[in-house]
Design a protein around this ligand. Structure first.
Ligand SMILES: [Zn+2]
Length: 260
């Protein structure tokens, strides 16, 4: 099959919103931001699933915009790692592979060992309490088997720590690294006990931040991320050990059935 707009089989989320917007009045840079946000959201909610080939022409048609902002948005998505180059114009939504997951976690580890250390050193009392409360809520959610609550408080926990750096670029970089991991991890944690273990890791990090112990906060954060990475790899073990599902035929999206 050729690289044409038919390769884009899924409809990006919120497409109608973009069509309704009076695009001609938007400045070009805003339009690139809009297209970027829209495609990123569609990749995150899997309406553009991992492994899917996307083309400038296909996305431009779906979003009812010209190819120029799509080209720029794709360039940024490639820099983040959400779209990978496949030697042709456009690219492919990144698909899980052992090395892609390990590399993405290395980036988080580098960033979050720093953010945890910074939080222990500089966070205000209010920030420390907010971090601890997000950790405690994630544990409560995990113990209750409430997957949505766990994952909400998981994100809040990491975000609150990152924000104590008061460094918007760093918060942005971490957000991008987390988006890449959310795309690569096509399944939930392998069992309920895994969420509880992860949430206990949050509490350990929060304890170290409360105590103002920067070295312990960084070490606990590293241990937490390594544990999460191991669970992600365990949950995807059968997929990652099937090489043909990683490479995939040129224009065939991967299995789009919900995973068990
Ligand atoms: Zn976490």
């Amino acid at each position: 099959m050729s690289a044409n707009s038919q390769d884009v089989v899924a409809t990006p989320r919120g497409q109608a919103d973009l069509r309704d917007a009076n695009l001609s009045e938007l400045r070009a840079s805003n339009l690139v931001d809009l297209v970027f946000d829209e495609v990123r959201a569609a990749i995150l909610d899997k309406s553009l699933p991992p492994g899917l080939r996307v083309t400038e022409a296909g996305l431009a048609e779906h979003l009812n915009v010209s190819k120029t902002p799509v080209r720029e948005a794709l360039l940024r998505l490639r820099q983040i790692g959400l779209i990978e180059d496949d030697g042709r114009r456009g690219g492919r939504v990144i698909a899980p592979s052992r090395s892609a997951i390990e590399h993405a976690f290395e980036i988080r580890e580098a960033l979050e060992a720093f953010t945890a250390r910074a939080a222990a050193e500089r966070a205000t009392d209010g920030e420390r309490r907010a971090i601890y409360s997000a950790a405690a809520e994630s544990l409560r959610g995990a113990e209750a088997g409430d997957r949505n609550a766990f994952s909400h408080w998981d994100s809040m926990f990491h975000e609150r720590i990152a924000k104590t750096t008061a460094n918007p670029r760093l918060v942005h970089l971490l957000d991008d690294a987390c988006a890449l991991i959310a795309t690569l991890r096509t399944r939930d944690l392998p069992h309920a006990g895994a969420s509880v273990e992860c949430a206990k890791g949050h509490v350990a990090v929060a304890d170290a931040i409360q105590a103002g112990d920067a070295a312990a906060a960084a070490a606990e954060m590293r241990a937490h991320l390594l544990r999460v990475k191991d669970y992600v790899l365990e949950a995807l073990a059968d997929v990652l050990d099937e090489p043909q599902q990683i490479a995939g035929p040129m224009s065939t999206p991967p299995d789009q059935e919900p995973h068990p």
